[in-house]
Write a protein that binds this ligand. Structure first.
Ligand code: ARG
Length: 433
């Protein structure tokens, strides 16, 4: 490891202890270093504005940070255990290339606010992607809801055949769910859109830091004013972001569940292109829906990250190193969650129904509710109508299209309100991400 920023003369560094402190953390910092570089640039600009750096020093720092950012992007620079963390690596590079100007970059900042700001910028980008993907999913679901309005299928409760439903109603459910999920991701993005840079170790510094400048330069909507609160928000904002992602993932998990049932031979309502299945190593006859299953499983990583971070947050106020251990879960949770979510639009687009099988799963009992409500509409007290319609002798092969067309309660197949969802989606999509 290169020299530690805080190394004291006469105090030996123990390799095992150092590996425990920094080991996987510096590797995880690969996710965040581009953001730390951006924030370093804004911090340097702020320092120049209050006379800590000269114009020339700032120009040198900006230039070297740009070069470092390019090197990180191209792979020419790889963050590893030579450094304790990304913060040390950035300062090291600037000092090596610029001498004193590099040694000045840390004036008025702490790794405590550096890690906060880098994570914050990372979260904003991730939440933007969650929102964009949710909007894409909702768009496809809504389009298919319109196109497949009249495709009948069974509606289940308790996984028992209940009433006639339609592919359109199935799609509309996911369309509205993902509009809400997109809205939640946007709202969370706005909630975490606060700049912690300039709060230093958590207590401010004896310099008139230009925090308005760094807030604007980094594209934050507001400044996190209280340095103590900036520290208190570590973990809390990560949790909110995971909750937001989790809300989309909960729906994704249920889509995956439906599809794993619907693609089974027992249901056989849906077929998926072969690339969504894999073969078995022993059973030559098998095509397994592994993609859907891993998509379903991805929620577990999001849930695990939430639990881990929540556990780590049982702390007094102020910075504590404990919180470093939240990074792994956060990165892993988003990796798995976004990985699954990214596959969803194309999967939904590719899904093909098997109308004959869906139709064959409709049975006379599934019109009993229609009958009870019909009788009640004609004036019979509903409880009597219910008893009448419970008599299997009253059940007959029905017309699924007529049943669907008659479902005129708002949101029902005969009055599906897709226009309302269309407007909500258009409104969401038109607002800048
Ligand atoms: N890797 C550290 C973290 O994630 C960076 C901040 C270190 N700060 C400190 N005071 N040791 O928390």
């Amino acid at each position: 490891m290169s020299k530690l920023l805080w190394q004291k003369q006469g105090v030996a560094i123990d390799a095992d202890i150092q590996a425990f402190l920094a080991g996987d953390d510096v590797i995880l910092d690969r996710e965040f270093i581009a953001y730390d570089i951006r924030a370093s640039r804004a911090h340097a600009e702020g320092l120049q504005r209050i006379g800590i750096l000269t114009r020339e020093e700032l120009d040198g720092i900006t230039r070297e940070l740009d070069v470092l950012a390019d090197d990180v992007a191209s792979g020419a620079f790889v963050l590893d255990a030579r450094w304790e963390d990304m913060h040390s690596a950035i300062e090291d590079r600037l000092t090596e290339r610029l001498g004193d100007a590099g040694k000045k970059i840390h004036t008025g900042r702490s790794r405590n606010d550096q890690v906060l700001v880098a994570t914050r910028l990372w979260l904003k980008d991730r939440l933007d992607e969650v929102a964009t993907l949710c909007i894409a999913v909702a768009g496809i679901a809504l389009e298919r809801a319109q196109a497949e309005r009249d495709l009948p299928m069974p509606g289940y409760t308790h996984l028992q055949r209940a009433v006639v439903s339609s592919a359109g109603m199935w799609w509309a459910g996911w369309a509205e769910a993902f509009i809400d999920n997109a809205q939640r991701a946007r709202a969370t993005r706005d909630w975490v859109d606060a700049n912690p840079l300039g709060t230093a170790a958590g207590y401010g510094v004896n310099l008139p830091l230009d925090r308005d400048h760094t807030t604007a330069a980094l594209g934050f909507a507001r400044m996190q004013v209280s340095p103590l609160y900036a520290q208190l928000s570590r973990g809390k904002f990560e949790l909110a972001a995971l909750e937001s992602l989790g809300s989309a993932m909960l729906d994704l998990r249920r889509i995956a569940w439906d599809l794993s049932l619907f693609t089974s031979a027992e249901f056989s309502f849906v077929s998926l292109p072969a690339q969504y299945t894999t073969g078995s190593s022993i059973m030559p006859n098998k095509r397994n829906p592994d993609v859907i299953e891993l998509m379903r499983a991805a929620y577990a990583s999001v849930a695990a990250a939430k639990v881990e971070i929540e556990q780590l947050m049982s702390l007094p106020s102020g910075y504590h190193r404990d919180l470093q251990f939240g990074k792994g879960g956060l990165v892993h949770g988003f990796l798995r969650g976004l990985g699954a979510l990214r596959l969803l639009p194309a999967l939904l687009q590719a899904l093909e129904w098997k109308p004959a099988r869906m139709r064959a799963a409709l049975e006379p009992s599934m019109y009993a509710t229609d009958l009870a409500v019909d009788l009640a509409r004609q004036g019979m007290p509903f409880r009597d109508a219910y008893r009448e319609a419970a008599n299997p002798q009253r059940w007959a092969e029905g017309d699924p299209s007529a049943s669907l067309a008659a479902r005129v309660s708002p949101g029902g197949a005969g009055n599906d309100g897709l226009q309302i969802l269309q407007e909500r989606l258009a409104d969401l999509a038109s607002r800048a991400g």
